[in-house]
Design a protein. Structure first.
Length: 529
């Protein structure tokens, strides 16, 4: 059987594309190398504690809710309330007005920089106004021109003019966040506190807009994996096929076939690649290509991607505690960004990429004393996700893949995971969660290597390409996002985290939808001829 569309990778983008293609009646096959769908979205349960294994909550961004409405998927969401804390200072981020609380917090911690903080906060207010415009409407890709005609006329058309005026201002903020912050202050600790929970060289606009984005996060009752379950059910209900534990090992562009790790081969009219982009160009069979232009394109793309790095990865501690959820609620909201020291992560120095275990151990102690922790507490959103009177914590920090790789290559995996787990617990016990250590019922650790093994993503990256890449091997202009799904390969389209920068979950949904629309149009043209 030749499928109208075969999709490689059942993460957010692949599932989105499969849902739309199947809905239009196209014969659709979705192949996923892991035993489950979802990629970096999913939940798992251990001894009664339910944890989110990937993203902690969903940013609507004018995309998620319109998409679910368009597909007719009913999911109950609760607001994902965010708190931000430094040492003993904790604030909530529920509205734009809380930016004033943030200014007060920074003033208390850095009284020597009050005037600089005022200028910086004024700039963040400006960026938030830009955000109001950029994400001020439901994304037109997920609207029906006929059914939503009034909305198009009253909201989308006026927005287009506002966006046209705002886009150049946003582009001017595309420089890395740390050099941008240095325009306001030379206080290294202050710069660290604002920037250290973002990826290296994150564009200033993307980083400083998060105060606005935090207000637009939502959490599905039952855990983030509910979204994956609903999309999977929709695809299968509309005739789409999903095969897990089936990675793709070769693509023959001439015969339009894919070969899988199980030895099966499948024929396609159109192929959509939503997995790691390096792998796509590695498994294309060059020898089978008759067209010299395609052969050159594949060779050039391989060369371009060969030295490109994935974005920062994360190290996560999953913790089951016998402390009641009310203990944690008295401290913060369910999503908590916490930094135990005002001194800044720079004091830890650069990670000892090629160091001895003793050097790494000493660096880890400093790093975890100064870094920022992202803490997710599912029970504060949905009490059914934990045993009564107990709490599950998902505690993450950004972490260098290269250092983790060095540790694993030297056989230090167990002592590393034990050390970082202890350090995370000790630092949180010492500062914001007294009594945490003795409350631990269970713990497990996920490292950048874990993520690389589970997802196959370059460097265990959680959001595609690193911002340090020059040139960036992905489209980065929002107005050109439709171009991000194109490839130089005949009948092959791409989508997902690796196709647009800066990426994220909304981009995965958007590129999945754009790719599905493009493929559907090509299939319709082919059927007419």
């Amino acid at each position: 059987m030749r499928y109208d569309a075969i999709i490689i990778g059942a993460g957010a983008s692949g599932l989105t594309a499969a849902a739309y293609l199947a809905r239009e009646g196209n014969s659709t096959m979705l192949l996923e190398k892991q035993p489950r769908c979802g990629g970096l979205i999913g939940t798992f349960t251990r001894d009664g504690f339910t944890f989110d294994g990937g993203v902690r909550a969903f940013d609507n961004a004018g995309v998620l809710f319109p998409m679910l409405k368009q597909l007719g998927l009913n999911i109950e969401f609760v607001k994902n309330q965010v708190s931000l804390g430094i040492e003993d200072q904790v604030i909530e981020i529920e509205s734009d007005a809380n930016l004033d609380d943030y200014q007060v917090l920074l003033n208390r911690l850095y009284p020597e920089s009050i005037d600089e903080i005022a200028l910086l906060v004024e700039d963040i207010h400006k960026i938030m106004r830009y955000m109001d415009i950029q994400y001020g409407i439901n994304n037109p890709l997920f609207l029906d021109v006929k059914e939503d005609r009034d909305y198009f006329l009253k909201a989308v058309v006026p927005w287009m003019f506002k966006y046209a005026l705002t886009a150049p201002k946003v582009s001017a903020l595309n420089q890395p966040v740390i050099p941008y912050l240095k325009k306001f202050t030379n206080n290294k600790a202050l710069i660290d506190i604002i920037s250290q929970h973002f990826f290296t060289d994150t564009p200033a606009y993307f980083a400083l807009s998060y105060f606005k984005l935090y207000q637009d996060y939502f959490y599905p009752k039952g855990g983030t994996g509910v979204l994956i379950d609903k999309l999977t059910e929709f695809i299968q209900a509309h005739g789409g096929e999903i095969r897990t534990s089936m990675g793709v090992t070769a693509i023959d562009l001439e015969t339009r076939t894919v070969r899988t790790s199980t030895g099966d081969t499948f024929d396609y009219q159109q192929l959509l690649w939503t997995a790691d982009q390096k792998m796509l160009y590695q498994i294309v069979d060059l020898d089978a290509l008759a067209d010299s232009a395609t052969r050159v394109a594949v060779t050039e793309r391989r060369a371009l991607l060969s030295d490109k790095a994935g974005n920062d990865s994360v190290l996560t501690l999953f913790l089951g505690s016998n402390l009641d959820p009310g203990y944690f609620k008295a401290i913060s909201n369910a999503h908590f960004f916490y930094t135990p020291s005002r001194l800044g992560q720079s004091l830890a120095g650069s990670p000892p990429i090629d160091g001895s275990w003793e050097q790494i151990d000493q660096w880890l102690k400093k790093f975890y004393a100064y870094t920022t922790y992202e803490i997710s507490i599912p029970a504060l959103r949905d009490p059914s996700l934990v045993p009564t009177g107990k709490t599950g914590l998902i505690i993450s920090t950004l972490f260098d893949y290269r250092l983790t790789e060095h540790i694993y290559e030297n056989g230090w995996e167990d002592r590393f995971q034990n050390a970082v787990g202890n350090l995370m617990i000790e630092n949180l016990e010492r500062t914001v969660y007294p009594g945490l250590a003795e409350s631990v019922l269970q713990r497990s650790t996920s490292t950048p290597i874990t993520l690389q093994r589970l997802t196959g993503s370059t460097d265990g990256a959680i959001t595609g390409w690193a911002f340090t890449n020059q040139p960036m091997p992905a489209e980065s202009r929002l107005v050109k996002i439709a171009n991000s799904v194109k490839t130089p390969l005949p009948n092959v389209t791409q989508a997902g985290q690796w196709t647009y920068s800066p990426s994220g979950l909304p981009v995965s949904f958007i590129t999945g939808k754009v790719a599905a629309d493009s493929i559907h149009k090509r299939l319709k043209r082919a059927k007419r001829t």
